[in-house]
Ligand binder design. Structure first.
Ligand code: ADP
Length: 451
């Protein structure tokens, strides 16, 4: 509201200043015009006097008077003995004016102003000739004052209209101008009140800084929302994934406790250990991913021969592949040497091979290939398995994400997140192409001079 008042005040002030300026100009112009007219008359009569003497001047004056040219004018001619030779008086003329006129005739100045009413003066110009003859021509400023008074009255009315427009305009500008701020405030309030991040600032297409700010805040809110939802989801999943093994752990331990048979107790302890390992593996994987993503994972960098690492990773899953009747093969040039953490790189390949074997049916084929290109090496693990749908593909790298198609197979949904985090910590990137039902190819691109 304060802004609206300021707007209005400024508007009214400038309109007032403009009106005053115009009023001043008009008053000056009218005055100059009157003055000029008197000057012209004076010079004309003076010239006539010079040419034809007093009788000539009288004649001209009488002709002018008869033609009505000198109406509302004061014209007075006196001879050397101050006797009035000719006199025409304007309406409202009084004796006191005559006295003032006498005084002005003897004064030094050519022009005198005799006050008549508060708003009008009689302006008289005097010409003295050599032989004591004087000629005086004057006019009251009444007509001028009337015009100015009319102007003042209209200006006042105009001022009232301007003030009303200014106040209305101020309120309107204020209302319209602050719309983005109101929208912003409403959005923030909604977030504060509901604790949810789904509120958005109303978008407009303008390039106004406040609207752009609104757009930026929307982008920020989307990011925060994705992050918060991701964190909530991850936390839910972790809680869920830990609850199952812990419940099993508890059941196994309880059964072992109530059993009298030492063999059953031993078996129970063994299974409890397995479940504990599973919980441990989940937590370790989560910690590893966090460390790799935040850059706090310690990488023992050394030159690593790719063939050796691939062989080691394949050896870890050779048994499973054989059990499922899957052919596991590799074709890696022996010369490729990387710089990186050997254990972590093996973990990456082992995870990819494990997945490939896990999600490929009997009779399938898993192939590991590698090829070098300018400054980097591309290691691919290709399978002929179930494949990944287009909707799942972008999410398989997310923590705890498991595609519906793979629900029947055991898994934590952390393997690929760890792969991605480790590869990126090595300065590399991951790629995936897949055709559902036909197979997938996971590719890891690593710089050959990795840090
Ligand atoms: P999981 O422990 O479930 O294997 P990952 O993070 O390793 O977790 O993989 C995430 C999901 O990606 C899997 O649940 C599966 O749906 C999909 N996936 C991964 N590798 C393959 C593959 N080779 N073939 C088909 N689907 C795969």
């Amino acid at each position: 509201m304060r802004l609206a008042i300021w707007y209005a005040a400024l508007f009214i002030l400038s309109a007032g200043a403009l009106t005053l300026f115009v009023y001043g100009l008009l008053a000056r112009a009218l005055e100059a015009r009157d003055h000029q007219a008197l000057e012209t008359l004076l010079s004309r009569y003076a010239a006539q006097f010079q040419r034809a003497g007093l009788p000539g001047l009288r004649r001209v004056l009488e002709v002018d008077a008869a033609e009505g040219r000198n109406e509302r004018l004061l014209i007075r001619v006196t001879d050397g003995t101050t006797a009035v030779v000719y006199s025409a008086e304007p309406p409202g003329w009084s004796d006191s004016d005559t006295l003032a006129l006498e005084r002005s005739r003897n004064g030094d100045s050519r022009w005198v102003r005799i006050p008549k009413t508060p708003d009008a003066v009689l302006e008289v110009g005097t010409v003295l000739f050599d032989n004591g003859v004087s000629l005086q021509v004057g006019r009251t400023s009444r007509a001028r004052a009337e015009v100015l008074e009319y102007f003042r009255a209209r200006a006042f009315e105009f001022g009232l209209v301007v003030a009303m427009i200014a106040i209305a305009g101020g309120v309107l500008i204020n209302y319209a101008g602050l719309a983005p701020v109101r929208s912003l405030e409403a959005t923030v309030r909604s977030i504060v009140e509901t604790g949810r991040f789904d509120a958005r600032v109303a978008a407009t297409a303008s390039r106004d800084p406040l609207d752009t700010l609104g757009g930026q805040i929307n982008v920020m809110l989307s990011r925060i929302e994705t992050l918060v939802n991701g964190m909530r989801g991850a936390l839910d999943n972790v809680a869920h994934d830990l609850r199952t093994p812990l419940t099993r752990f508890r059941n196994v331990a309880e059964q072992a406790l109530v059993s009298d048979d030492p063999a059953a107790m031993r078996d129970g302890l063994g299974r409890a250990l397995e479940e504990a390992d599973r919980v441990n593996a989940t937590l370790n994987a989560l910690i590893d991913i966090s460390e790799a993503e935040t850059g706090t994972m310690r990488l023992a960098s050394e030159p690593v021969n790719l063939t050796t690492v691939v062989d080691e990773a394949m050896a870890l899953h050779a048994d499973e592949a054989e059990e499922k009747g899957i052919v596991l093969e590799s074709s890696v040039p022996s010369s490729v040497v990387l710089t990186g953490d050997r254990t972590r790189l093996r973990q990456v390949l082992a995870n990819l091979i494990e997945n490939a074997v896990k999600y490929t049916n009997t009779g399938g084929r898993v192939t590991v290939t590698a090829e070098g290109a300018a400054g980097e090496v591309r290691v691919s693990v290709r399978d002929t398995g179930i494949g990944i749908s287009e909707t799942d593909a972008p999410h398989v790298w997310d923590r705890l994400y498991r595609a519906d198609a793979s629900r029947s197979v055991r898994g934590l949904g952390l393997g690929l997140s760890l792969v991605k985090a480790i590869v990126e910590a090595h300065g590399g990137r991951v790629e995936l192409t897949s055709i559902p039902g036909k197979g997938s190819t996971f590719t890891v691109v690593l710089p050959t001079a990795a840090q």
